[in-house]
Design a protein around this ligand. Structure first.
Ligand SMILES: CC(C)(COP(=O)(O)OP(=O)(O)OC[C@H]1O[C@@H](n2cnc3c(N)ncnc32)[C@H](O)[C@@H]1OP(=O)(O)O)[C@@H](O)C(=O)NCCC(=O)NCCS
Length: 342
């Protein structure tokens, strides 16, 4: 049976716990630690703490969990551990005692542990489950090279209250967090993703009395411009062309951008940015050739300003009227909730 090793990174040392550490470290437990670990008391009793240290040795022997004391400049400063959950997957946990916080010890210790665990334990992946309100811990995980992967809703409880959990993870074959690729991927995992929608204005008729094509949809009452939600890695212009092909079986070209309309969150949907493209003017009989996608489109209609009130959503009526009044001036209109912002 091999002994648990000691890991070093400059003035930071990760070493096995011993019973001699018990008294000094028990006194260092504080409310912050008790709060986030949902411990019943701020500090464990001497007996509980010694039993916990004994457990770290048994767990090392079984390789079910490996716990290191974080030592900084010779002083016990915290603890980090990795619990081997499924074969190849480790779940991380950490704490730094109050006098030693804010010096970068947590993320350095976690990173040292992770790289050792990939190498010595043969783990393929490590992950951490962090309360989204525990900002220092979320930052610790990210700085240690874990990427934000998702949010589990209400899967944990803290002080008797249901809580969400952020899952952050790092795979052994991820680009190292010190490389540009690894750092970008980490940061990218934390940035907001915004919903984009692409729609098009297809007209028929003469310049003076042109009509706009609207779709009557299966899943909502209001008529809407053809188009849809932009797929990941798809451009808005490519999206509107694809959507018109899928919905109407018509081939169009995305012309100039007529409007960008930001829609606030509504009826349980998140906010979205709508890109409205000019699809040109066609012969009205073109729609006779359209094959409507039955599960989405009930019908298509050439419409003018008199048809919109009550038929399209209020924000779309505002958009259509703004497009009508600015027709021909060549500029892209920026709107919020259908109202032009100047
Ligand atoms: C989480 C904890 C280990 C951080 O320890 P630490 O040694 O202070 O952390 P570091 O100095 O390595 O800093 C890590 C990151 O957290 C940030 N951070 C630290 N304290 C912070 C605070 N109070 N508020 C916001 N961010 C904070 C740091 O700025 C750093 O991020 P940055 O590099 O992007 O600026 C420590 O606060 C702790 O022990 N908390 C209680 C136990 C706990 O929550 N464990 C985790 C359960 S999942």
């Amino acid at each position: 049976m091999t002994d648990q090793p000691t890991l070093r990174d400059g003035d930071l040392v990760l070493r096995p716990w011993t019973l001699d550490d018990s008294d000094a470290t028990r006194a260092l437990h504080d409310r912050e630690i008790a709060h986030w670990f949902d411990f019943p008391a701020v500090a464990p009793s001497a007996q509980e703490h010694r039993a916990w240290i004994e457990d770290t040795r048994t767990e090392w022997s079984a390789r079910t969990k490996v716990t290191f004391l974080v030592q900084w400049r010779g002083e016990p400063a915290g603890t980090v551990d990795v619990r081997v959950q499924d074969p190849g997957v480790g779940v991380l946990s950490w704490a730094v005692y109050a006098p030693y916080r804010g010096r970068g010890l947590a993320w350095r210790a976690v990173r040292l542990l992770v790289e050792w665990a990939f190498d010595a334990l043969g783990l393929e992946r490590v992950e951490a489950h962090v309360n989204p309100d525990n900002r220092p811990s979320v930052r610790t995980a990210l700085r240690a090279g874990l990427r934000r992967e998702g949010r589990l809703r209400g899967n944990a409880s803290l002080g008797g209250v249901r809580q969400d959990t952020l899952v952050l993870g790092r795979r052994r074959d991820d680009a190292h967090p010190d490389t540009r690729e690894g750092f970008t991927a980490m940061l990218d995992s934390t940035l907001p993703t915004k919903r984009a929608i692409a729609q098009g204005v297809l007209r028929a008729g003469s310049a003076g009395a042109s009509q706009v094509l609207l779709c009557e949809l299966v899943y909502k009452r209001e008529w809407d411009l053809p188009g849809g939600v932009v797929d990941p890695h798809e451009s808005p212009a490519a999206c509107v062309v694809r959507e018109v092909r899928e919905e109407l079986d018509l081939v169009v070209t995305a012309g100039p951008l007529l409007a960008v309309n930001w829609l606030p969150a509504l009826h349980g949907w998140g906010d979205a940015t709508v890109f409205v493209f000019d699809l040109g003017t066609v012969d009205a009989r073109l729609i006779e050739r359209a094959h409507l996608q039955q599960r989405e489109i009930r019908g298509v209609h050439w419409t003018g300003p008199d048809d919109w009130a009550g038929r399209v959503a209020p924000y779309n009526e505002r958009l259509l009227r703004a497009l009508e009044s600015r027709r021909g001036d060549g500029a892209t209109i920026y709107l919020e909730d259908g109202t032009p912002v100047t």
